[in-house]
Design a protein around this ligand. Structure first.
Ligand code: GRF
Length: 191
């Protein structure tokens, strides 16, 4: 069966993107990463993807009206034949129009046990609340920030003395396992 064609949007380090690319190389993977796109030319993940031979696209939104900017991203994704989008640390809100065009075809990974802690500073907020567990969630992207259907989660205990950094370092290990598994499962259900 033909593999699904996935485009990944990043803004920075791109460690989740790298785990998705690496997992896509397993013989039984159901998807290929056909484009890594970034809103930052200097995103370290973009250089990594290029070194790996994955096609890349970078465009800064600075000075460009949002609809035009998103039309360029949309065109790059469509030119690459992308069928589904994985957001991996993409730090920009997608407009309702963009989400509607790709409805049901965008996933995101979020570093909290949704519906808790939508938005930023998730680990610090979980520690401040005295939670016993933190973690990450893979969810479908809708118009509501971090609000779409949750496909899967991984839990990580919060340890005494944890800081946002120490907790985040343990959660990201789980993100790297969860995201490829969820993406592959979700794509195979859609075929
Ligand atoms: C991750 O914590 C992810 O959950 C969140 O943004 C961060 C991206 O990290 N959406 P990376 O760029 O994948 O290393």
């Amino acid at each position: 069966m033909a593999k699904s064609r996935v485009g990944i949007l990043i803004s920075g380090r791109g460690s989740n993107m790298a785990s998705l690319v690496e997992a896509s190389r397993a013989p039984d993977s159901g998807y290929d990463v056909v484009l890594v796109a970034s809103d930052k030319h200097e995103a370290p993940g973009l250089a990594w993807a290029a070194e790996q031979g994955v096609p890349t696209f970078a465009m800064s939104p600075r000075g460009i009206p949002k609809p035009e900017y998103e039309a360029a991203i949309d065109a790059a994704l469509r030119d690459a034949g992308v069928e589904a989008i994985a957001l991996a640390g993409y730090m920009r809100l997608l407009s309702d129009d963009f989400v509607a065009k790709w409805r049901g075809r965008i996933l995101n990974i979020h570093p909290s046990l949704l519906p808790k802690y939508k938005g930023l500073d998730t680990h610090a907020r979980a520690i401040a609340a005295g939670d016993a567990m933190a973690g990450c969630s893979v969810h479908v992207v809708t118009e509501e920030l971090d609000g779409g259907e949750v496909l899967g989660q991984a839990q990580v205990p919060i340890l005494p003395g944890d800081t946002a950094e120490t907790l985040g370092a343990r959660v990201i290990v789980e993100e790297h396992k969860l995201y490829p598994r969820m993406l592959d499962q979700w794509l195979s259900m859609r075929r």
